[in-house]
Write a protein of this length. Structure first.
Length: 445
């Protein structure tokens, strides 16, 4: 039986009998539309030169598109079987392969608007480069799976909602809260030690995996008797020369942040604290043509990719923001919160995935103008639900041989909805009253 959205959003303990098969930039994945490469972009932070080289790779070696993932990484599709060496050379020249042995473990998400808006929250972006360098220099860290995730949250609760394995959040100007798995098992460390402490937490996980005799890929997969504890983490940090104390319980952190508390980037202009502005846009279904990608990269020479398949362009003069945003809208990007594509995601589907039972992207395009609503929706080509959202409620459409199964938390699933009934059924589900009252005000409008 398919999982409900709430169940599908959680990692569950699992017994692994092999290493993970996550694709990377060097480990290509064979798909029905050619080979796929996943390029890790720590914190989603790219400079313009590296972004343009990714576009060159997509044009020369792939299908001319750049796909965004739910971890703020990039995928290139339609690659030839023999292009691995040329792709690696291009990526190395762009600075995107600093440590080939570690390229799949550089999974770091950070608050995309950190330091860019007027909320006055600490800027955690410097932690990204430091943690990435520490990861790449750690021999032990090469043993992490390609699914292990670090989240560096500036306090707004956006990336700590993503069920990361290791989480860091500033507490004031000089301390940070760190936890691995269960937020009730947090410790406090100094801000300057935070990246080193995060790496130590990951190494603690690897030791727990060995002690348990499992092949767990994620902290949530550890057996209960080997769960990571705040007290033991503090001891390990002390042994590594990092001062740490077990944190007092934070009642707000007993579970993932509520939907209302999460501040994810809205499409539009983000005024900055210094008179500059950032642009926040979304790529429909997470896919950009290289012309769109180059346009974004050329605005200021910097982009930040978000775990919600969006792009933030920082550093525009305030007066230039509105014309630039209008140009991105003309280029086909989502630039306003009322777009029908505001919170719509999909897996690859047919023809790119052999397991898919439908061309979910085409089906989504066919109905979304008639199926607007405040609740997010994810289209899945099969019951694996690849790329599904995390940290919030959503409408779950799953392709089956008999049509689409439609799930929304708290309702009985609708089975085998045919194509001609999808638009009204989906619109009704996206306005579900029992979940809508928990959505952020900005999404309800």
């Amino acid at each position: 039986m398919p999982q409900s959205p709430s169940a599908a959003s959680r990692d569950e303990p699992a017994i692994r009998d092999r290493g993970d098969a996550c694709p990377g930039a060097l480990r290509l994945h064979a798909a029905d539309d050619g080979f796929l490469a996943r390029v890790r972009i720590p914190g989603g932070m790219l400079d313009g030169a590296a972004a343009r080289l990714l576009a060159d790779a997509a044009d020369r070696l792939g299908d001319g598109h750049v796909d965004l993932t739910s971890r703020g990484n990039v995928q290139l599709r339609g690659l030839g079987e023999s292009c691995g060496g040329e792709l690696a050379e291009l990526l190395a020249g762009a600075g995107l392969l600093p440590a080939p042995t570690h390229e799949r473990v550089r999974n770091i998400v950070s608050s995309p608007l950190a330091g860019l808006d007027r909320l006055g929250l600490p800027d955690v972006s410097p932690w990204v480069a430091e943690l990435d360098a520490l990861l790449c220099a750690s021999g032990a860290a090469a043993g992490l799976s390609g699914r292990f995730l670090f989240a560096l949250d500036d306090g707004r609760g956006d990336v700590t909602s993503l069920a990361a394995d290791v989480n860091l959040v500033p507490e004031g100007d000089v301390r940070a809260r760190l936890w691995a798995g269960d937020p009730r098992e947090a410790v406090l460390v100094s801000s300057q030690d935070a990246p080193r402490a995060a790496l130590t937490a990951a190494e603690y996980f690897l030791d727990a995996v060995r002690e348990a005799g499992t092949r767990a890929w994620r902290v949530a997969e550890l057996p209960p008797e080997h769960a990571l504890s705040g007290a033991r983490l503090a001891e390990r940090l002390a042994d590594a020369g990092v001062g740490a104390v077990v944190a007092a319980p934070d009642l707000s952190a007993r579970s993932a942040p509520s939907v209302r508390s999460v501040r994810t980037p809205e499409p539009g202009i983000v005024p900055g604290p210094d008179g500059t502005a950032s642009l926040s846009v979304l790529a429909p279904l997470g896919r950009l043509a290289t012309a769109q990608w180059r346009r974004l990269a050329g605005l200021t020479g910097r982009v930040r990719l978000t775990p919600w398949r969006g792009i933030v362009v920082p550093g525009l003069p305030g007066h230039a923001a509105a014309p630039a945003l209008a140009g991105l809208a003309e280029a086909g990007l989502v630039t306003a919160p009322d777009s029908p594509w505001r919170s719509v995601t999909a897996c690859t589907g047919k023809p790119g995935c052999a397991k898919a039972l439908a061309d979910v992207r085409a089906d989504a395009r066919a109905v979304m103008e008639r199926a607007r609503g405040p609740l997010a929706v994810h289209w899945s080509g099969c019951e694996r639900r690849c790329g599904h959202p995390r940290g919030s409620a959503w409408v779950d459409l799953v392709a089956t041989p008999a049509g689409y199964d439609l799930h929304v938390e708290g309702r009985e699933p609708r089975r085998g909805v045919p194509q001609h009934e999808l638009a009204p059924a989906l619109a009704d589900a996206r306005h579900a009253d029992h979940v809508r009252h928990n959505l952020p005000d900005s999404v309800q409008k």
